[in-house]
Design a protein around this ligand. Structure first.
Ligand SMILES: [Fe+2]
Length: 293
């Protein structure tokens, strides 16, 4: 590990999301990972408190943002990727299988004809194992499906940003019951990440700390292999899948899934305004969730 990069975390205590700014210290080039757009569902109003913290950090440190990286189309928070791009530049990127997610949700939300499920809302779509650069630092995009069919992890200078594939050791793993999610695929993806060198630093996208523990977001491959309650080394695929599916069957639909997905499959852009100049989100009735409460 060259330790040429620094990582700054920004925790959003409303959605339990962790966004990151990765910096190549030699060139002051940066990548932002999974930025949050604040959203008040009751009023339908967006805010940019979290995003403005990122902007202030980037300006204060004189950074050049090259990438705004999404690990997946999040279902629990809206992305501020577009807002950040307007203020800081950078290319918004996600995994190429986002097109599958766009197809699924274009149908589910009956989106406008002009919404093309071809990924063109993003500036770049990563293939599995694609190499890219943050300044002079080499990075790699890894396809890690399971939570959604399109999840990516980003490996940068001895650190891996795993999105929702793994959580902190005492929290485990993310659900695999969204459209296109798959517990078997999630298991394979977790093992792929855990096959990285044991000292690899790992940064998760959410923390839901148990009572008495402060939020945390950094661990290592070795710690996950030894202690992760869902993914430690002696848990086999069948055991994991059975646990994951049983647990997913008890979970509520995330509070912000409907607004989040509609914005996030557009790379953080709000839906096109209607003739009155206002953007609207849709709520499909009796489509998602369980049929009985
Ligand atoms: Fe997620």
């Amino acid at each position: 590990m060259t330790a040429r990069t620094t990582v700054q975390a920004f925790f959003d205590d409303k959605t339990w999301t962790v966004s990151y700014v990765i910096v190549d210290t030699a060139t002051r080039s940066a990548a932002i990972v999974d930025p949050v757009l604040d959203f008040d569902f009751k009023s339908g109003r967006t805010h940019t408190l979290q995003a403005d913290k990122l902007i202030a950090h980037v300006r204060e440190h004189g950074l050049t943002v090259q990438w705004i990286l999404e690990t997946h189309a999040h279902a629990d928070h809206l992305s501020s990727a577009r807002y950040l791009q307007q203020h800081l530049g950078g290319r918004i990127a996600i995994g190429e299988r986002i097109t599958q997610v766009q197809q699924t949700f274009k149908k589910l939300f009956n989106l406008e004809r002009g919404f093309l499920p071809d990924g063109t809302q993003f500036d770049h779509l990563f293939q599995d194992d694609e190499v890219f650069h943050i300044g002079g630092v080499e990075a790699r995009a890894l396809l890690v499906p399971g939570h959604t069919p399109a999840d990516m992890a980003y490996l940068v200078d001895g650190a891996v940003f795993v999105g929702d594939t793994l959580f902190m050791p005492d929290v485990g793993s993310a659900r695999a019951d969204f459209p296109g999610g798959d517990a078997h695929a999630l298991y394979a993806s977790m093992r792929r990440i855990l096959a990285l060198p044991p000292e690899t630093r790992m940064f998760v996208c959410h923390d839901y700390p148990p009572a008495g523990r402060a939020p945390a977001w950094e661990t290592t491959v070795a710690a996950q292999r030894a202690h992760n309650i869902h993914a430690r080394d002696n848990i086999g695929e069948a055991e994991f899948v059975q646990m994951r599916q049983a647990r997913d069957a008890t979970l509520d639909v995330p509070t912000l899934i409907l607004p989040s997905i509609q914005v996030n499959i557009r790379a953080g852009q709000l839906p096109p305004p209607e003739y009155d100049g206002v953007s609207y989100l849709k709520i499909p009735l009796n489509v998602i969730g369980r049929t009985q409460a």
